[in-house]
Design a protein around this ligand. Structure first.
Ligand code: GLN
Length: 282
């Protein structure tokens, strides 16, 4: 039964949208109200006078105030869409970004064998590994992360999605069983430690271990590029995401390590945001 103090959805949404600010206040408010009530976003439009209980309104308002304080919407909802998948997220992992879907697209476009062996380094929620496994069921996909909570979350995502990805705890290559891969792919941390970007938006709430990599942001990419050849088949590929202003530096790291066919590719904003190269074993 709806209590006397029940509140109309539209009035809750209007008030919340005014407080939330940012790029998509109305969308954020609708997602949070939908999360609390179990009602679909479209139902709020179709039936704006529909009432929710006072308890639900209170739960909604407390989520709205967390959102107003800057907490990312994905952490409040507990999930994030990536590729065609809904991934569980937690504060121990980076929130998967749309631009990382471009990394998945590039990986899928490479000339890889039908039962390719793939390694996703620093998998977080498992986003890249799971997207690849969902598209190529015959690929043998391994994912690793150095954070226990991320390993557990990536395993849980794989289980819930019914996808076969082997998730292991490893700091980059150090904890892996010896083996060779046809593709090593990574969205590693790549933000410089003094970057002001870290003081704004969602990144304030995300683990710095997933974001920051030394004074120029390239410490982890340097390590990955240096060590990857020991883990790649002859003819295998390395593909890493990086910042929009790091493409030239990353290409020269690849080239000086002996990778060939080195090139950068664009994100959805048309900026060079990932670099790939082939290991020919020389
Ligand atoms: N693309 C993210 C950001 O700039 C950073 C992700 C990362 O460091 N891997 O917000």
């Amino acid at each position: 039964m709806i209590s006397k103090t029940s509140v109309a959805c539209e009035s809750l949404l209007l008030k919340a949208s005014e407080c939330i600010g940012g790029d998509s206040p109305r969308l954020d408010a609708e997602l949070l109200l939908s999360h609390v009530t179990g009602l679909s976003r479209t139902s709020f439009r179709a039936w704006p006078d529909r009432e929710v209980s006072a308890d639900q309104a209170a739960d909604f308002e407390s989520l709205v105030s967390e959102r107003v304080s800057g907490k990312p919407i994905a952490y409040l909802l507990g999930h994030q869409e990536f590729w065609s998948l809904t991934l569980l997220v937690s504060a121990s992992t980076l929130i998967p970004r749309p631009d990382t879907e471009c990394v998945v697209e590039v990986a899928l476009s490479l000339p890889l064998p039908g039962s390719a062996r793939i390694l996703d380094l620093g998998t977080g929620t498992g986003a890249i590994a799971l997207a690849l496994a969902s598209e190529r069921p015959n690929w043998q996909v391994t994912a690793c992360d150095c954070v226990d909570a991320a390993v557990e979350l990536a395993r849980r995502n794989a289980r819930e999605l019914g996808l076969s990805v082997s998730v292991v705890r490893s700091s980059w290559f150090s904890g892996l069983m010896a083996g060779k891969f046809d593709l090593v792919v990574s969205n590693p941390p790549y933000i410089a430690s003094a970057d002001r970007h870290l003081e704004q938006g969602d990144v304030r709430f995300e683990p710095s271990s997933a974001l920051v990599s030394g004074s120029d942001g390239l410490d982890d990419i340097r390590l990955i590029v240096r060590q990857a050849p020991g883990w790649l088949e002859v003819g295998g590929w390395l593909l890493v995401e990086h910042g929009f202003d790091q493409a030239e530096a990353v290409r020269s790291l690849f080239e000086s390590r002996g990778f060939v066919a080195v090139e950068s590719r664009k994100d959805y904003g048309n900026r060079d945001r990932m670099t790939l190269g082939q290991w020919t074993g020389v």
